[in-house]
Design a protein around this ligand. Structure first.
Ligand code: LLP
Length: 432
């Protein structure tokens, strides 16, 4: 992991993490704005500036906060949202609606209405009834909505099955089936209030190989041709989703964006030249790869329990409630003692959380310097799907989030208070 140490303390984007833990308390998520911006610049340089008519829509599910939306907006990128809550966050952050696209395999009527009212740029249709719904709502409001169809490309990916989405048996996407897809495309082309742009897919997440993406690109390109042949209609946009892998531990080697995107674009450009198409707009939706490695979590170590010849548990003041990924996907993480960052590891411990759940183990068999109660444990690469999947299990509070840049820190999400945790609860009179 890439970090610096000063006076024995872990430094994150110029900030002393031990001081951050003191100032803001733990558990704490700390995001380096510089690292986020570096990823955005890589995308700008190796995709947006390199190819014609391409866009990046940050998948906000990875980390959706007002401050994050602003960072994305400043870069000039678009945004992908999945729910009314993510859309609301984006709108509240002042994100231009026309640069937002909404996904979701079960958008509610209210969500579609909200999207249309705000004038979102794209609705990605993911279920059969949506075409009629969008068409009638758009007509009511006198608007034309640009839509893509999310297809199920039927490719299998090398990742945890829980985060693979493009296989045949998936709740996501419209099956590429003669009786289902093409009649729906025809309907969308003809429907009032709808402009049909093209196809979308997302094959899975945390990918290090490009086969699945390339297979799906070929399928989307074939569909483009089918639509021209059958309906004499030009597909003008393709969306290839996200999924680019990041480094959680030394076992992972992150590929640069160009590793994925250059071969994908090559296929598109070759196909268009060969088949006589104008290049459609190409959109990608990276989430994890933009924020995961920029974020770390800080926890204070409390109870230490040694089971002779079995293992030593060191417990932190959070766990699966602020990072469900180890419990949910067997995801592996690594970390260090932020206050002993210059000390050599001398013991092997298991870092456990405080939730009442046996799977609440953050890191198994990690080598650390001599651990003492009160030490600050920093987990790396928790920026994506950490805060965004946090829960109140055991009525543990959602931690605060701090954004750091070149030695400056700013609170971007306050720690949830005990009062806030029960503010929506109502005691019926008869129980009082
Ligand atoms: N676009 C669509 C339509 C998606 O479904 C997803 C992720 C993305 C983009 C962004 O994918 P990314 O670049 O972040 O891999 N909670 C899981 C990840 C679930 C991702 C679901 N969809 C995890 O913590 O690994």
């Amino acid at each position: 992991m890439d970090y610096t140490v000063e006076n024995g303390h872990l430094i994150w984007d110029g900030c002393d993490t031990v001081e951050l833990a003191k100032e803001y308390g733990t558990p704490l998520y700390v995001f380096s704005q510089t690292m986020i911006e570096e990823r955005l610049q890589e995308l700008q340089r190796d995709f947006v500036d390199k190819y014609e008519n391409v866009r990046v829509a940050y998948a906000s599910k990875a980390f959706s906060t007002l401050a994050m939306m602003k960072i994305i907006e400043k870069q000039g990128f678009c945004l992908e949202v999945l729910s009314d809550g993510e859309l609301h966050t984006a709108i509240q952050a002042g994100f231009p609606a026309e640069k937002i696209e909404i996904n979701g395999n079960n958008k509610s009527l209210a969500e579609v209405e909200m999207a249309i009212e705000h004038g979102v740029g794209r609705i990605i249709v993911d279920s059969l009834h949506e075409v009629d719904l969008i068409s009638s709502l758009a007509q009511e409001k006198g608007k034309t909505i640009q839509v893509l169809f999310r297809i199920t490309p039927e490719v299998n990916v090398a990742t945890h099955s829980f985060i693979s989405t493009g296989q045949k048996d998936s709740k996501f996407g419209i099956p590429i089936n003669e009786e289902i897809l093409f009649p729906l495309v025809k309907k969308a082309i003809q429907a009032k209030g709808i402009e049909f742009l093209g196809f979308h897919f997302h094959v899975g997440s945390q990918l290090f190989e490009n086969e699945a993406h390339l297979g799906a690109v070929d399928i989307a390109l074939d569909l483009m041709k089918e639509v021209r042949t059958r309906f004499d209609y030009a597909v003008s946009e393709l969306n290839f989703g996200g999924g680019y892998g990041v480094q959680y531990t030394d076992k992972d080697v992150r590929q640069p964006y160009s590793y994925f995107l250059d071969p994908m674009m090559e296929r598109v450009l070759n196909f268009c030249e060969r088949e006589g198409f104008t290049q459609p707009a190409v959109v990608i939706e990276p989430g994890r790869s933009i924020v995961a490695e920029a974020g770390i979590s800080l926890h204070t170590i409390g109870a230490i329990k040694e089971l002779p010849e079995i293992r030593k548990y060191v417990s932190i003041d959070g766990g699966m409630t602020d990072n469900i990924r180890p419990g949910l996907y067997d995801a592996e993480y690594t970390g260090i003692l932020a206050n002993k960052a210059d000390q050599a590891p001398i013991e092997t411990v298991t870092v456990s959380g405080k939730a009442c759940e046996s799977t609440d183990i953050l890191v198994k068999d990690l080598k650390l310097p001599a651990v003492e109660s009160g030490d600050i444990f920093a987990t790396f690469s928790t920026g994506a799907y950490g805060y965004s999947m946090a829960s109140n299990y055991n009525k543990l509070a959602i931690p605060a989030v701090v954004l750091v840049k070149e030695g400056q820190s700013n609170l971007i999400v306050k720690r949830q208070s005990l009062e806030q945790m029960i503010e929506n609860e109502v005691l019926p009179d008869y129980l009082k």
